[in-house]
Design a protein around this ligand. Structure first.
Ligand code: MTE
Length: 313
């Protein structure tokens, strides 16, 4: 996967002004637990005034077309706001993402508390076009901006006992209606094995479609792990912690028989309630075959050698 440096894809004045870009701003009881990925059609009914910025390419490396900016920013899973995908953008419109700090801590030699703008200045953004496959069998192709998580982890210097990375999302019920409404075990948390976290594909995303991330997509920064189901890509991160033991995660704790820790995209392992063999690409009709590791097997299959991925789903 080739990086495109952001300055190569954006005229200088847009690149500079991006730094100043200001963000414009079902109760589950009785229902089967879903990570918000119900397949109810694409598109958007939001009136977002933000338009896409320039991107370096119009397809991914397999020649698959980008999903529209409107669908990427208008059809979202973000339970801290609502379980209704078409309403997240509206509810998140005025969600303030400044000030914001990210703490990188735990089993590291150099723990840090980084104000978001320092972090953005330190790690230049590059564009990565990734497929995103939701566990409920729909998918998108998204041009992200961001940087490999590995760069940040190298900077804090993991200690030898560190084997996993735990991610914690924002916990602010006064600003997040879903945290008041749904009785999940907030905050949303996720985890990766350290070698997964260090893989070059694992991205901290800070933008998409050439623009700063909007709140509905997890501003100011989120994880993107393209060979795993979308729920691993935790949004609005406030803490990254290096730990020794496999951490509990939001979905694998909520419904352990349905959502595993690894959550690698795998057409051979069905969800207990539906097939994972195919998927619907948002914006297209018909279905596509789901690819092992979402098409990134060459880069990541080696991470799981010797494991039984039916058991360790
Ligand atoms: N992160 C947080 N904090 N809260 C969430 O509800 N939903 C996850 C993931 N990250 C979620 C989250 C799920 S189920 C998916 S499929 C993706 O975000 C969706 O990302 P998108 O809305 O940018 O497409």
């Amino acid at each position: 996967m080739k990086d495109i440096d952001r300055s190569e894809i954006t005229p200088e004045h847009l690149f500079l002004s991006r730094r100043k870009f200001m963000l414009g701003a079902a109760a589950l009881a009785g229902a089967a637990l879903l990570p918000g990925c119900g397949d109810r059609g694409g598109g958007s009914n939001t009136q977002t005034t933000v338009s896409p910025g320039p991107v370096g390419a119009t397809t991914d490396e397999l020649g698959q077309a980008l999903t529209s900016f409107e669908a990427v920013t208008g059809y979202n899973n973000f339970y801290e706001f609502t379980v209704d995908k078409d309403s997240v953008a509206d509810l998140a419109r005025d969600f303030a993402t400044r000030p914001w700090t990210v703490e990188v801590a735990g089993l590291v030699a150099r723990p840090q508390v980084l104000p978001i703008d320092e972090l953005l200045a330190e790690f230049p953004e590059r564009e990565r076009i990734y497929r995103m496959r939701c566990v409920e069998a729909w998918s998108m192709v998204i041009p992200w901006l961001g940087f490999p998580l590995r760069l940040l982890l190298d900077q804090v210097v993991p200690q030898p006992q560190a084997r996993y990375v735990r991610f914690v999302a924002i916990d602010a019920p006064e600003r997040l209606p879903g945290q008041r409404k749904y009785s999940f075990d907030w905050p949303y948390t996720e985890g990766l094995r350290l070698d997964e976290a260090m893989n070059d594909l694992t991205l901290i995303a800070t933008g998409l479609y050439g623009k700063q991330l909007l709140p509905q997509n997890g501003a100011p920064l989120r994880l993107v792990v393209p060979w795993k189901y979308g729920f691993k890509s935790i949004k609005s991160i406030v803490r990254i912690e290096l730990v020794q033991d496999r951490p509990a995660t939001f979905w694998s704790s909520s419904a352990p028989h349905e959502y595993g820790f690894y959550a690698n995209v795998n057409p051979e392992v069905d969800h207990p309630r539906w097939s994972q063999k195919s998927e619907r690409r948002i914006g297209e009709t018909g279905r596509r075959d789901t690819l092992p590791f979402n098409g990134y097997g060459e880069e990541v299959a080696g991470l799981y050698e010797g494991m039984d991925l039916r058991k360790d789903f």
